[in-house]
Design a protein around this ligand. Sequence first.
Ligand code: GLN
Length: 540
Amino acid sequence: MKKYIFVTGGVCSSLGKGVAAASMGCLLEARGLNVRMIKIDPYINVDAGTMSPYQHGEVYVTNDGAETDLDLGNYARFTSSPLSRVNSITTGQIYQEVIQREREGRFLGRTVQVIPHITDRIKQRIRAIGDDENVDVTIVEVGGTVGDIESVPFIEAARQMIHELGHSSVISVHLTLVPEVAGGELKTKPTQHSVKELLEIGIQPDILLCRASTPLDEDLRRKIALFTNVEYEAVISAYDVAGTIYEIPFIYHEQGLDELALRKLQIPVPEARLEDWRRVVDVAKNAKRTVRIAMVGKYIDLNDSYKSIDEALFHGSIACESKIELVKLDSEKLEKNGNLAEALANIDGIIIPGGFGSRGVQGMINVAEHARNNGIPFLGICLGMQVMVIEYARNVLGYDEANSTEFAPECEHPVVSLLEEQIDIKNYGGTMRLGLSDSITMAGSLLRTAYGTERISERHRHRYEVSNKYRAPMEKAGLRIAGVTPDGALVESVEWPKHPWGLGVQFHPEFGSKPVAAHPLFRNFIAASLTYMTARSEGS
Ligand code: GLN
């Protein structure tokens, strides 16, 4: 059908453009359309792989191993758009591709310029996805704020697409802020200015999503419509939700956003089916019990560092008809054993997520020991699983010096190490295991129970592996190997013996969890935590 929606943002960053774009995708899918999602990041980095979580939050990994912006995670949770490296576009990629062509002599002696060569490449990348005959609508989110120097070529490409394909094939949705000033009054001026900025580049927005703390009244919407030349019905009030972000599609839907967008794109409007989503919001609001989960990591200060895990835990709680309270603990502050019991009192389950570097690892090891000895449900993800292995080697096998060579390259017992350190091959290690690969689950394991199948496929993003040298002594000491690679060569999952629910996985199940279909590992972890909670309250 070749229909496109460009989503831009104005006034300031962090207004939730990703969730807004994803919510629109969700609504169009609820009307039976085949949607694709694209994120544009105007930074020069080729991908998000080398960026600290402190800069841009979590790195979201696709099946094909692309390290992308966390907004792709939002798309994965709100829509069923297939996501791979082609769905994430950066300035770095576009320039790299154009410069490579220039070096190959593909421009036949012409001067290579931002317009048309960079903008042409941007359009090609977008249309390579959206022009597919099976695709109905492609939503393109342009990162950054309109007015930023970096995003100009992308917005220019959007303008050209509107010009080339026409207003009934390409529409512009602009997300802005309507701030509240002293006295509680909502102000429309920043929105007016932001739209002016978009107009300067040649784009008249079709729809405005106005973020505000409270719903906008009719007068304000009429005022914004008048000043921005946007029809009144298309000034949508994107007010703050008190509960879950999964309510946002409903806020838009109630104001007719999906119908409006389809009308502008001249697509017949089928009935919306939102029952599954309604259930998620209902359980989140009305569930009678609340499970308390502690997340122990090193990037706790920044809200978005473990975004997909936060969400997967929430999905698990919905599947178990429960609310969730997530207690984030900085592992560095738990390095001294004394403060552990206090920090973990009243906790029903503990999760240790992935991470890189040695800071805070001792605190994680202490937490794993506490969970293992006290029967507290525990899920270790990637680094979290490696921590389980180190802790077991130290405290059960008595290898006091056990460690990962990532943290102690010369340690006496490198129970986690690079593959090249285990078998003497050169030029193998140092690269990450990235993207989807298969594992075999052991019969009778928690892992097998969760998935229900022998062969599973999950995404990886790590360098270090459990050392095969230590596999036999570890197993002899009771640690269960619950999953391995199909050739049996690498450990993919471990479980604690004599423990109600203690599981670690080398891969990242969180990337595959959806609110309407919780990942089975998160669902079962929350179920075990609820059982523990009930036993705890009956015991006290
Ligand atoms: N730092 C560890 C490794 O590289 C774990 C990585 C992770 O948790 N994603 O193997």
